[in-house]
Design a protein around this ligand. Structure first.
Ligand SMILES: [Zn+2]
Length: 232
């Protein structure tokens, strides 16, 4: 037996005109206090997307390029001030299974919205919010490369947190249908863990153990979060 909502999702895969209605009903069933609304876009409309909006990009098929599924349309200049974000949903989201869609929205995009709404609490009681977010670097490619790619510590930090939350909330894929997906997500998260270990080491060396930078404190917080989720 599938739910009425899942049925509507399946019909919406074929019938584009029903997608907005589906999203409205989905949001009623799975509301979030951090989210204003779910908005469908064909990807052709001109949206006013901030440069720092985090996209969820998936690369589960080896021979396909990553596709944008959805993103959280946040305003980091108001991070931590209790402002709700909209979640923008692209047509590619309707290629997913219902459960994968649910996971991508509820466990991933809503989590970005929560970070934007509440700010991010650090291990030492500090917080990342609009007052200090600019201290988090968005480009480090000349200093440190990882797997031969330049780093965007802020973007990677936010993505790692959302992926980590997916694993936490699906218990690593104990739902059979999400098992394969969570295996991939776990690989991403392990990769982020290695990246942030390098960043943390670098930041610790620079600070000599005193006055760790915001990136150092964020890295340490993330490393501990991931280790606790993966139980390593
Ligand atoms: Zn994301």
């Amino acid at each position: 037996m599938i739910s009425k909502l899942e049925k509507l999702f399946r019909i919406s895969k074929e019938t584009v005109g029903l997608r907005s209605e589906f999203l409205k009903k989905f949001f009623v069933k799975y509301p979030s206090q951090y989210v204003k609304e779910l908005i469908y876009t064909s990807g052709e409309e001109k949206l006013d997307i901030p440069d720092d909006a985090p996209f969820r990009e998936e690369d589960f098929e080896d021979d396909e390029l990553p596709k944008t599924l959805a993103f959280c349309d946040w305003d980091l200049t108001k991070m931590g001030k209790g402002v709700k974000s909209s979640i923008i949903i692209y047509p590619e989201s309707f290629l997913l299974s219902y459960l994968s869609f649910w996971n991508a929205i509820v466990n991933h995009e809503y989590f970005h919205a929560k970070d934007a709404f509440s700010g991010i609490y650090l291990f030492d009681g500090g917080r990342i919010d609009c007052s200090n977010i600019e201290e988090m670097p968005t480009l480090l490619d000349d200093r440190i490369r990882f797997h031969d790619r330049g780093l965007n510590p802020l973007g990677d930090f936010l993505q790692a947190r959302a992926y980590n939350n997916e694993i936490k909330n699906t218990e690593g894929g104990t739902l059979r249908e999400l098992k394969r997906e969570m295996k991939n997500v776990t690989e991403f998260v392990k990769d982020y863990l290695e990246e942030f270990k390098i960043l943390y080491k670098e930041e610790s060396e620079i600070s000599g153990g005193k006055n760790l930078s915001l990136l150092g404190r964020a890295s340490y917080t993330l490393i501990n979060d991931i280790k606790s989720t993966l139980k390593i």
